[in-house]
Write a protein that binds this ligand. Structure first.
Ligand SMILES: [Zn+2]
Length: 258
């Protein structure tokens, strides 16, 4: 049973085309239950080698709506921010699992976890569209907006080629200072964690059935951050707030790094 209507989201995404410095591109579409589902990429700013490039993606798990809301809010708030756009350009994939988003399910309507569909022989249509849209693209920062429905507090993943670029502690500190609960377990989702921060061991990454974060990192390296606000503990607005706060810190440190 659908709890959200993708058509309303389509209207909101397409409306971003009228924002200054924003372009909306349909990166592909697929059919499901007699309906056509277009997928989108929104870019803000003109790509240039002198600017840092940031990719933001959300909604690959359909039951994580705060990411979709945060990604679109970021587009709407940032497109007119000329000073930000003298430092960075943005590539935003706002809703990577349209049918799951409508049904409020982690998987798509066919029961596939799209975040395990990268670097496989026959990926689901959505993952194929995303991978094609990202082919040949490279980013200084990949920012993934997820949520965790079971976690008692906020946590995050961070991978960076250069440990000097690590900013996870700053993001966790900011969330704590804002009064949000942090997941302090020393093991989260099967991975060693410290103070709400998971830094996966790169050598242990599998080679196939990749999540988008690992796929993006394998393609080009750089700095990949995944935020996991606790969906059962905080309101949608609070989870969106964590995403946007974390993103602001990541962008700030990126442009400060020169
Ligand atoms: Zn997720």
């Amino acid at each position: 049973m659908a709890v959200r209507d993708y058509n309303t989201l389509i209207r909101r995404i397409e409306a971003a085309a009228s924002l200054p410095n924003a372009k909306v591109e349909q990166i592909g579409s697929f059919n499901s239950e007699g309906r056509r589902y277009p997928m989108y990429c929104v870019t803000i700013g003109e790509h240039s080698w002198s600017l840092k490039s940031v990719m933001i993606d959300a909604g690959i798990h359909g039951d994580e709506p705060a990411g979709v809301e945060a990604a679109l809010s970021f587009v709407e708030q940032s497109a007119g921010n000329e000073s930000l756009l003298t430092r960075c350009t943005f590539t935003v994939l706002p809703c990577n699992n349209p049918t799951g988003w409508e049904l409020d399910t982690r998987e798509n309507i066919r029961g596939i976890d799209l975040n395990r569909e990268f670097n496989i022989l026959r990926p689901a249509a959505e993952a194929k569209i995303i991978a094609q849209a990202l082919t040949g693209k490279c980013f200084d920062l990949v920012f993934e907006m997820h949520e965790d429905v079971d976690s008692p507090g906020f946590y995050m993943y961070e991978i960076a080629d250069d440990p000097a670029a690590y900013i996870g502690e700053r993001i966790i500190e900011a969330a704590k200072a804002a009064g949000y609960p942090i997941n302090l377990a020393d093991c989260i989702e099967g991975a060693p964690a410290k103070g709400g921060l998971i830094r996966p061991a790169i050598v242990k990454f599998r080679k196939t059935r990749l999540p988008l974060a690992i796929h993006a990192w394998r393609t080009c390296g750089g700095h990949v951050i995944t935020l996991e606000p606790p969906a059962s503990r905080l309101s949608l607005a609070q989870r969106v707030d964590i995403q946007l706060m974390g993103l602001a810190i990541a962008i700030d440190s990126l442009s400060a790094a020169g």
